[in-house]
Design a protein around this ligand. Sequence first.
Ligand SMILES: Nc1ncnc2c1ncn2[C@@H]1O[C@H](COP(=O)(O)OP(=O)(O)OP(=O)(O)O)[C@@H](O)[C@H]1O
Ligand SMILES: Nc1ccn([C@H]2C[C@H](O)[C@@H](COP(=O)(O)O)O2)c(=O)n1
Length: 306
Amino acid sequence: MLSIHTRIARRQLLRHTTHRLLSRRDFTIAIDGPAASGKSSTARAVAQELGFGYIDSGSIYRCATLLALRQNITDMGEGSASLADLISHAKVDIKVRPSTSHQTPSLGRLAVPEVQVLLDGEDVSREIRTPEVNRLVAKIASDSGIRQAVLHIQRKLAADAESRSTTSRSADANDMPGGVVMDGRDIGTTIFPGAELKIYLDASAMARAIRRWDEMNQMKDVTAQKPAHDPKASVAPAAVYPSVEEIARELETRDYADINRENSPLRIAPDAVVIDNTNLTFAQQVYTITDLARERMGLEPKHSDC
Ligand SMILES: Nc1ncnc2c1ncn2[C@@H]1O[C@H](COP(=O)(O)OP(=O)(O)OP(=O)(O)O)[C@@H](O)[C@H]1O
Ligand SMILES: Nc1ccn([C@H]2C[C@H](O)[C@@H](COP(=O)(O)O)O2)c(=O)n1
């Protein structure tokens, strides 16, 4: 026979555990915005700060595009159904590796986890970001059959987001409900219209193009620093790296396609918080979002001074 105290303690433990289980995916943060506005770097840092899972929805469209290129499907009229079938039967996985160090000078000291994208077990993280994929992805993403297939993958990945959460939660993250941060173009409008926090991240077209250009040049520098005996170390010819103007044109073309497509176009959700980060530091934009999330979870904001 259990004592009354033991029974009360057990009941409290059960209630606490149930609350923790129920609240694992209680909080969803949707981050939408145009290309290169900082969505994925911000979403990853926010996820790590809050100990949430992270899903890069654009990478799923990129996987579909890679499949299309590999199968030579470029006509979305005829190929749509077979590509939708291919992607819906493929296993897309997004693995987050927690980071403790800053990645680039522009990001300061904030940790931005690395993300690995697996397509049927193959690491395609680099292959889905090639110029060929960049050129085709907006066309693939405008197809309604593909969007429907990707929607199911997105919701499934979110459902087991807990296994994706960054393992090194910040000091007080254990007191928080679980959650997921997903970035894309239609997360707050279509995928999770009930998300607890919706952010529309924007920046001027020139700031976005310069940041992308900087990013490419940093990668070029890293490649150049590899030892000369490494056969993979040869620096790609300069012509491979586009100018800021070319990058700006590519971003503009992609934004135009994303905003003007019929299915689930890029829109600002009516209840979204719009953050223009043209003149913000990376830390300012990340902490603005984590503090908004903390407030909505009933917790004290931590960075009201930055
Ligand atoms: N406030 C900021 N100041 C300076 N650089 C920033 C800032 N925010 C993000 N960046 C940088 O801008 C670049 C683009 O960011 P990111 O890749 O996160 O954009 P994105 O919106 O996810 O892009 P895409 O839609 O093409 O996937 C990255 O190099 C990132 O480090
Ligand atoms: N929820 C989403 C996410 C992405 N897309 C499209 C739009 C982009 O052109 C493409 C690649 O996205 P990125 O990796 O650059 O974020 O995928 C979309 O339509 N909906």
